[in-house]
Each structure stands twice: as structure tokens, then as C-alpha cells.
Design a protein around this ligand. Structure first.
Ligand code: 1GP
Length: 241
């Protein structure tokens, strides 16, 4: 079964975001061990800007230690790596930066075509989260205002009508405020493709709230970097829903 079928099976999913800059190999092996025990559904690997980290090494370590699918969450075309299972082919539909709407995709397409990666066409929407994040700065675009649920819903609808298979609403890594539950509800009512929510989710309570509002997949990165026990506690929520 392809990963898209698993994402769209109407069951709640939990993805742990691994930024290759943030984990050394020892820490990564510990994280993977915990993720295996907690039955985490996916690893998302990537970052808006990689400095010291190497995405290939990160994916290899994960793959050597577990069978949890690895999905690349690319900051740019340099983060394409064959060892992963799939890649979110992100089109930044909340912004008006042509490079991130279609430009990078043209560069990446011949490489993706030759690869064995499953391509997951994704409408990526940055939502204002109360502070500037790396994702926002690097995207050179404006986020959707935090309280403009109508803009978010129209954008997601347009993404679905254009044939995108997933919608990912993101406050950006380390977001001050997670995407509001009201906005998630509104978007979810207007689309029929799976909805991924990430950015600024720091507690199991908030994760539960976002799932109840309509998130199909929750992505958590930053908070787990500072407290790995959160991984287990959020996973418990997913399996209790
Ligand atoms: C960022 O959605 C992800 O793009 C996760 O965000 O690191 O804030 O959990 P956090």
C-alpha cells in the first residue's frame, strides 16, 4: 500500500519532524527507539534551512533502526534523497512567490521522475503564528493572517481543485501559536483531502484539540527536541481517538 493510501484512510496520524541540524546520531537513535515503542506513524525529515545537518545521514540512521516510513519535508531541491519512502512536493499556495509555487518543482521534476520516491503533491499554507519563523523568512512570502479562516478555506479549496492531494497548514517550526482550531474546522469542512497541521504544538492537550478540530495528521518537531517524553504522550492520544 502506498503512503498516500495510509494517510487518507481516515485514521488520525502522528508525524515526528526531524530537523537534521538538531540531532546527533546518538540522540537520533534514542528518538527512533522511542518512536518505535510509541508506534509513531511517520518521520518527516527536512528543514527550511540546513546548516550542519546532513539529510542523507539522518534518513539512513532512521532506516537502519526502524520501519517507520520516512517522508521528506523539503526546504529546497537539495533535500531530495532516495533513501526516503516519499516526499511532500510542496507548493506554497498561501504565498505569491513563484519559485515556491512552481519554480523549484521544475528543477526537481526530472530528478523525482527518476527516483523511486512516492510523490505526495501538497498544498502548503503558512499561517501567521505570532512571530517570524525560519520557514516564513526563507519563503519570502506573507503568511495567511491567524484569524482569516475564510482566506485559509478558499486557499485550501483552490489547492484541492488544482489537484493537490494533501493540505498542510503550518505555523512554522517553533511557532508561538499553533494554527487555531476554528481555522482547522473551517478548512476541514471545505475540503475532502487529508489535512496536516504543524507548528507550535507543544502539549498532548493541544494535539488532541487539533485532532478534534479536524487535523488528520499532526506534526511535532521543536517540542520533542526539548522533551522526548512528549512523543509518547502524543502517540497515546492518537491511539485513544
Ligand atoms: C514545522 O510543522 C512543523 O514545519 C513542526 O513545527 O517544530 O513547531 O513542532 P514545530
Amino acid at each position: 500500500m502506498g503512503l498516500y493510501s495510509s494517510i487518507s484512510d481516515n485514521k488520525k496520524k502522528f508525524a515526528v519532524l526531524v530537523d537534521p541540524d538538531k540531532y546527533d546520531s546518538r540522540q537520533l537513535i534514542d528518538l527512533v527507539t522511542l518512536a518505535k515503542e510509541s508506534m509513531v506513524n511517520y518521520f518527516f525529515v527536512g528543514g527550511s534551512l540546513l546548516n550542519s545537518g546532513n539529510i542523507g545521514d539522518t534518513i539512513r540512521i532512521i532506516k537502519d533502526h526502524c520501519e517507520i516510513p520516512v517522508i521528506i519535508f523539503p526546504g529546497d531541491e537539495l533535500q531530495i534523497n532516495e533513501q526516503a519512502d516519499a516526499i511532500l512536493l510542496l507548493s506554497l499556495i498561501s504565498g505569491r512567490n513563484p519559485e515556491l509555487l512552481i519554480g523549484k518543482h521544475v528543477i526537481a521534476a526530472p530528478h523525482l521522475k527518476k527516483s523511486s520516491l512516492e510523490i505526495l503533491p501538497t498544498g502548503y499554507m503558512l499561517i501567521d503564528s505570532g512571530k517570524s519563523t525560519t520557514a516564513l523568512y526563507m519563503s519570502n512570502s506573507m503568511p495567511i493572517p491567524h484569524d482569516k479562516d475564510g482566506i485559509a478555506a478558499s486557499t485550501a479549496m483552490a489547492g484541492e481543485m488544482l489537484g493537490l492531494k494533501l493540505i498542510y497548514m503550518d505555523g512554522g517550526s517553533g511557532a508561538q501559536d499553533a494554527v487555531s482550531s476554528r481555522m482547522i474546522e473551517h478548512v476541514k469542512e471545505n475540503i475532502s483531502i487529508p489535512l496536516i497541521i504543524g507548528g507550535g504544538i507543544r502539549t498532548p492537550q493541544v494535539a488532541a484539540e487539533k485532532f478534534k478540530a479536524g487535523a488528520d495528521v499532526i506534526v511535532v518537531g521543536n517540542a520533542i527536541e526539548s522533551d522526548q517524553s512528549l512523543l509518547t504522550r502524543i502517540a497515546e492520544i492518537v491511539y485513544s481517538l
